[in-house]
Design a protein around this ligand. Structure first.
Ligand code: FAD
Ligand code: DLZ
Ligand code: SF4
Length: 507
């Protein structure tokens, strides 16, 4: 008899572990444990989603004839870690091998590879996670062909490999990427569809009570918990997105709007990342919508690019550069994360809106993460590790393999440009152009150095001046430095920005 340990982000029937085990002989292990639930202060909705999805999945496996040993979270249990649980089961059942699918996070994978076999006195077989389009080995081979890694080239390879939106070996429509057609602002039209909320069942309710009781210190509300916790409901969420939002996903991908928490984004990342949905079935559904004439090319290409391109690319970067990637800080930023990242209380309306969404829903769409909360952390010189710990804690979809490259590479440019060729820094002007946030803000987006000036403005120029030695030569940033050369009152800008930074918690 063998054990198969299934983790909280591996909840799919096609998991490699389930493919090699035999349900008539082997035993599945699953455990809700203190260490996984507290290695950061995960948003309570993230813990509730994972525990509830784990319980539903275990129930289904049992109904299909698997023998499942499941550990329910108990704060006073001596079982604190996944290893503790396997050890206890091993004492009872004496398995001859432990089978596991490769973990999403380096932290746990290292523990398993380096210590478990010896501590358990049991062979450990680790299988590739074939839920992804590209394995870490394949990514390494691809990366070895380039001096500089760029998502766009990786993405083209993946399009050719999978055949998505390809006809006669060429991209449908003649272009690989329709990003420039994805930058409309949104002001009420086309209307948004009503969000799909799932009724809670008894398992959800039990888990929500448990999370309320056991993790009161974790920031975020459980009141709005409406995530799907079963595969069948996650499939409904996929269908809901394809029918209602995919047609507009492309046009409004970069938009931001007051009070609108998801716009035309899919809200599928928590399901993709915990296993309730597979990347392939999501891309298949999007491509089918294009061929059926239901969604235009810029929408479907843009959506598939996020999953087949960005999601696979950041995973590849993570496994290629860990563990040193986690300590990247090429801009030498060391400021503390402002307190409002945890309280949500700030006079900057754009930031307050993103924090509200984050704490109410354990969600923020990509542009909120990248161009608002991320941009502010970059401009104000926050220590990349502190902002990274925040992103890992506050979102229902957060796992280090996807969070870290997005934060360290895309947002903070702390990896020296490994992941992206230039920092996504922007002044208030960009936020004003892409949203109506500034209309609801006490700060003035049009000025730079007045007491009520938008903080993004002086911080933006201060950032460009501070890092001029690195960025002036960057061909993609030439225009910014030509603008900087023409700016008057640079000294006043510097003084104003420095003053903001000394009293950042007051903004
Ligand atoms: P959509 O906009 O509907 O996109 C569709 C899917 O594409 C997503 O579900 C996701 O699986 C994938 N995707 C889109 N953008 C990215 C990206 N940049 N990297 C990887 N996958 C992408 N995504 C996570 O899944 N987990 C994280 O922990 C995470 N942390 C992030 C931290 C920062 C600082 C930033 C800037 C981005 C982060 N992202 C993360 C990427 C992205 O913001 C989320 O995937 C997206 O907002 C999820 O919402 P959605 O499902 O509605 O996405
Ligand atoms: C994120 C998470 C949480 C909150 N809790 C558990 C848990 O109790 N048991 C479990 O197996 N997995 C959990 N997870 C997901 C793991 O942290 C995840 O599998 C690892 O980080 C590797 O990606
Ligand atoms: Fe944000 Fe500045 Fe606009 Fe206020 S004025 S919403 S702080 S960009």
């Amino acid at each position: 008899m063998r054990f198969g340990l299934i983790l909280g982000d591996q909840l799919h029937h096609q998991l490699a572990t389930l493919k090699v085990l035999d349900r008539t002989k082997d035993v599945i292990l699953m455990a809700e444990v203190f260490e996984e639930a507290t290695y950061v202060t995960h948003h309570p909705q993230k813990i509730a989603l994972i525990f509830s999805a784990m319980r539903h999945f275990a129930k289904q496996l049992k109904a299909e004839g698997w023998r499942v040993r499941y550990h329910v979270f108990q704060s006073d249990s001596p079982i604190r870690t996944l290893l503790d649980f396997v050890q206890v089961q091993q004492q009872r059942l004496s398995a001859k091998e432990l089978v596991i699918t490769h973990c999403g996070e380096y932290r746990l994978q290292q523990q398993i590879e380096n210590h478990w076999s010896q501590q358990l006195q049991l062979p450990v077989q680790c299988l590739d996670d074939d839920r992804f389009f590209c394995s870490p080995v394949q990514f390494r081979q691809w990366a070895s062909r380039y001096k500089m890694l760029r998502m766009e080239y990786f993405y083209r390879e993946m399009r050719k490999q999978t055949g998505y939106l390809i006809q006669n070996s060429q991209p449908i429509g003649g272009k690989w990427n329709y990003d420039t057609a994805n930058r409309k602002t949104w002001s009420g039209n086309p209307p948004l569809s009503a969000p799909l909320y799932f009724e809670l069942d008894q398992i959800d309710r039990d888990v929500i009570e448990l999370v309320k009781r056991e993790f009161p210190q974790h920031p975020g509300s459980l009141t709005n918990f409406h995530w799907a916790t079963t595969r069948s409901n996650a499939l409904l969420a996929l269908q809901h997105f394809i029918v209602n939002s995919l047609p507009y996903f492309g046009d409004y991908q970069d938009a931001l709007a007051q009070g609108e928490d998801a716009l035309f984004h899919s809200l599928l990342s928590p399901y993709l990342n915990c296993g309730l949905l597979l990347a392939k079935e999501v891309c298949d559904a999007a491509e089918a919508a294009y061929h059926a004439g239901h969604a235009p090319l810029n929408a479907v290409e843009g959506f598939i690019r996020q999953i087949l391109g960005w999601r696979e690319y950041v995973r590849g970067v993570y496994w290629l550069y860990m563990p040193q990637y986690a300590n990247s800080n090429s801009l030498h930023h060391s400021a503390a994360l402002p307190k409002f990242y945890w309280t949500g209380r700030t006079k900057m309306n754009c930031m307050a809106e993103c924090f509200r969404n984050t704490f109410e829903h354990a969600y923020a769409h990509h542009i909120q993460r990248l161009m608002i909360t991320g941009n502010f952390a970059l401009l104000s010189g926050v220590d990349p590790q502190q902002i990274s710990a925040w992103y890992l804690a506050v979102y229902a979809d957060a796992y280090e393999w996807v969070e870290l490259p997005n934060t360290v590479g895309m947002v903070m440019h702390a990896d020296g440009g490994l992941l992206a060729s230039k920092p996504y820094a922007a002044s208030g002007n960009y936020i004003h152009k892409m949203s109506d946030y500034c209309q609801h803000c006490t700060y003035n987006v049009k000025t730079r150095t007045e007491p009520d000036s938008c903080p993004f403005n002086s911080l933006y120029w201060y950032f460009m001046m501070k890092h001029e030695a690195i960025f002036r030569a960057n061909p993609r940033m030439g225009m910014i430095y030509r603008q900087l050369d023409k700016l008057k009152n640079k000294d006043q800008l510097i003084v104003h920005a420095q003053q903001l930074l000394t009293q950042i918690d007051e903004l």
